[in-house]
Design a protein. Structure first.
Length: 325
C-alpha cells in the first residue's frame, strides 16, 4: 500500500469528488494561485479552473455566507478556513444559517457544505491561533463534526463528508499535514459516526481523536511495558459520537481514560464521561480519568506549551491511576 502525506490524502479526496461531481467546488483564502496555505489544493487550479478553485479576500463571514447560499441552490461547496480560529468570524453563517436552514425552512432547503481547515495547537502560534473548537461546533444541532487522525481516515472521511447532505465541520491539524500513512489506490469511503479501534486491549479503554491519537498510542505502548493492556479507540467523528463502541469497550475493560486537546469545561471528554457513567456505571472499577489542556489560553513559549498540552506522561499516569498502580 502507498505511503502518502496527510495533505496528499486530502487532495486526493478533493480531486476525486470534484471529478465525480461537477457541483463540488473549493473556496477560501490562498486555495488557488498559492496552491493552498498548506499545499492541500496544490495543482487543483490548473486541473479544475478558477470557477471551481476560488481565491477569496480575507473575509470569512462573506465567503462562508456565499458557500451557504450556493449549497442552498444545489451546489456542494467546500469552504477552507486557514485555521478554525478564523472561523469565529464566520460563526454566524455556520450556526445560524448552515446548521439551522433545513429546520427553519421546513425541509425545503438542505445545505450540503463542508467547512474544513486546521484546528488546535500548531506550535509557537500563541493563543489566537491554537484553539480547539470541536466541542463548540459539536454542541450545535444540524452540524456534523469530523476530526481525522491519519491520512487513510482523512481521505475516506472527507469523501463521505463531501457527499453528505448535512453541513460538515472537517477539522484537521497543521502539525499533521506532513504525516505519512498507508492509503490504498482507488476509491473508498469511511462512514461518519463510526469509531475505530486502533489497538485492542482488555484492561483500560483509552478514547481520543485527531492528533491526540499519537499521544494515546505512545502512552499505550509505555503501559504495555508495565504489563497493562490498553484498548485505544479513535472516535474519528465527535458529532455523531459512536457511543456504542466506547460503552462496549468499557464493559470489557472496566476502566476509561479520555485524551482531548481542548479545554476541560464542557468538552467532548465531559460528554463521553457522562454517557459512560449513565450507560456503563456498573461496569466501572475506577473513576473515569480525562486528560485535557490546562484551562488557560495557550502561550507562545515552547516550554509552557509542553506543560499545558496533553502528553504521554500525563496519559500514562492516568492509565496507571485507573489501575490503582
Amino acid at each position: 500500500m502507498r505511503q502518502i502525506q496527510f495533505r496528499e490524502a486530502l487532495r486526493e479526496a478533493l480531486t476525486e469528488e470534484m471529478t465525480r461531481d461537477e457541483r463540488v467546488f473549493l473556496m477560501g483564502e490562498e486555495v488557488a494561485e498559492y496552491n493552498g496555505a498548506y499545499k492541500v489544493s496544490q495543482g487543483m487550479l490548473d486541473q479544475f479552473g478558477s470557477e471551481r478553485i476560488i481565491d477569496t479576500p480575507i473575509a470569512e463571514l462573506g465567503f462562508a455566507g456565499i458557500g451557504v447560499g450556493a449549497a442552498m441552490n444545489g451546489l456542494r461547496p467546500i469552504i477552507e478556513f486557514m485555521t478554525f480560529n478564523f472561523s469565529l468570524v464566520a460563526i454566524d453563517q455556520i450556526i445560524n444559517s448552515a446548521a439551522k436552514m433545513m429546520s427553519m425552512s421546513g425541509g425545503q432547503y438542505g445545505v450540503p457544505i463542508v467547512f474544513r481547515g486546521p484546528t488546535g495547537n500548531a506550535g509557537m502560534l500563541s493563543s489566537q491561533h491554537s484553539q480547539n473548537f470541536e466541542s463548540w461546533y459539536a454542541n450545535c444541532a444540524g452540524l456534523k463534526v469530523v476530526v481525522p487522525s491519519n491520512p487513510y481516515d482523512a481521505k475516506g472521511l472527507l469523501k463521505s463528508s463531501i457527499r453528505d447532505e448535512d453541513p460538515v465541520i472537517f477539522m484537521e491539524s497543521e502539525l499533521m499535514y506532513g504525516d505519512k500513512g498507508e492509503v490504498p489506490d482507488g476509491e473508498y469511503l469511511i462512514p461518519l459516526g463510526v469509531a475505530d479501534i486502533k489497538q485492542e486491549g482488555n484492561e483500560v479503554t483509552l478514547v481520543t481523536f485527531g492528533k491526540m491519537l499519537k499521544i494515546a498510542l505512545e502512552a499505550a505502548a509505555e503501559a504495555a511495558k508495565e504489563g497493562i493492556s490498553v484498548e485505544v479507540i479513535d472516535l474519528r467523528t465527535v458529532r455523531p459520537i459512536d457511543y456504542a463502541s466506547v460503552v462496549k469497550s468499557v464493559q470489557k475493560t472496566n476502566r476509561l481514560v479520555i485524551v482531548e486537546e481542548a479545554w476541560p469545561l464542557a468538552a467532548i471528554s465531559s460528554e463521553i464521561t457522562y454517557h459512560v457513567q449513565k450507560h456503563a456505571f456498573d461496569y466501572l472499577d475506577a473513576p473515569i480519568h480525562r486528560i485535557n489542556s490546562m484551562d488557560v489560553p495557550l502561550p507562545y513559549a515552547p516550554t509552557l506549551i509542553e506543560a499545558i498540552l496533553p502528553n504521554t506522561k500525563r496519559t500514562l499516569d492516568a492509565i496507571k491511576a485507573v489501575m490503582y498502580k
